[in-house]
Ligand binder design. Structure first.
Ligand SMILES: Nc1ncnc2c1ncn2[C@@H]1O[C@H](COP(=O)(O)OP(=O)(O)OP(=O)(O)O)[C@@H](O)[C@H]1O
Ligand SMILES: [Mg+2]
Length: 210
């Protein structure tokens, strides 16, 4: 990299598409190569954000309106951008985020049906216009994702109880976002974790050494 500015990488995709698996590998790879990595999980990663996350995931909050849900995500995002992401990028770190504003566009916009231009506006406002350098979209058929989730411990949270029709809309939403955003890299999540990671590694390496 020519200056000290770090890199901001996000991973997107439906639940069970393999984001955490790739993020772990990427962190190990970058750290082995001497980079300082900051892993971030939306909507959490700060004291305030973790409180917002538990509000969002709590199944007893079944009466939460879609608008409230959207604003809570944006509130958590504003906090983590200011408290962690921007300072880390400025310090030259590689920030890797497990979901970012594309999740809001896919889930609250395409799947819940909230107005997309309002969501884009709120996304920009909450982030102060910050955008990822690279976004990896892990694309997987919903039936395949559901198979991978079976037997996973921890039970389902408030958002995971949505059915496969909802997940299908999320998947289609992501693919719609992809077509408008050159920063987004499509990964076929049906490939093996090794094959996917080879591609991730190559792309990150290229961007870092540009
Ligand atoms: N490429 C792959 N092929 C087959 N199975 C995979 C692959 N990548 C991950 N898995 C398995 O699928 C399951 C879900 O993967 P993972 O937890 O990485 O997904 P995720 O996108 O982080 O899910 P969530 O959004 O729920 O956190 C895990 O059991 C993982 O071992
Ligand atoms: Mg995960």
């Amino acid at each position: 990299m020519s200056d000290k500015r770090g890199l901001f990488i996000t991973f997107e995709g439906i639940d069970g598409s393999g984001k955490s698996t790739q993020i772990r590998r990427l962190r190990d790879f970058l750290e082995t190569n001497g980079h300082s990595v900051e892993l971030i999980r939306e909507p959490g990663g700060t004291a305030i954000g973790e409180k917002i996350r538990s509000l969002l995931l709590d199944k007893s909050n079944g009466e939460m309106s879609f608008e409230t849900e959207l604003l809570l995500y944006e509130a958590a995002r504003a906090q983590i951008v200011n408290e962690k992401i921007v300072p880390s990028i400025r310090a030259g770190k590689v920030v890797v985020c497990d979901r970012f504003f594309d999740s809001t566009t896919a889930y609250q916009g395409y799947a819940r049906g909230l107005d997309l231009s309002e969501i884009n506006r709120l996304n920009r406002w909450a982030t102060g216009g910050l955008e990822p350098d690279i976004t990896f979209l892990m694309d997987l058929p919903v039936t395949e994702a559901m198979k991978r989730m079976v037997g996973r411990s921890g039970g389902s949270d408030r958002l995971e109880v949505e059915g496969s029709d909802f997940m299908e809309k999320v998947r289609e939403g992501y693919l719609a976002i992809l077509t408008r955003n050159p920063r987004m890299i499509l990964l076929d999540a049906t490939d093996s974790a090794d094959t996917i990671f080879q591609k991730v590694q190559r792309i990150v390496w290229e961007v870092m050494n540009k």
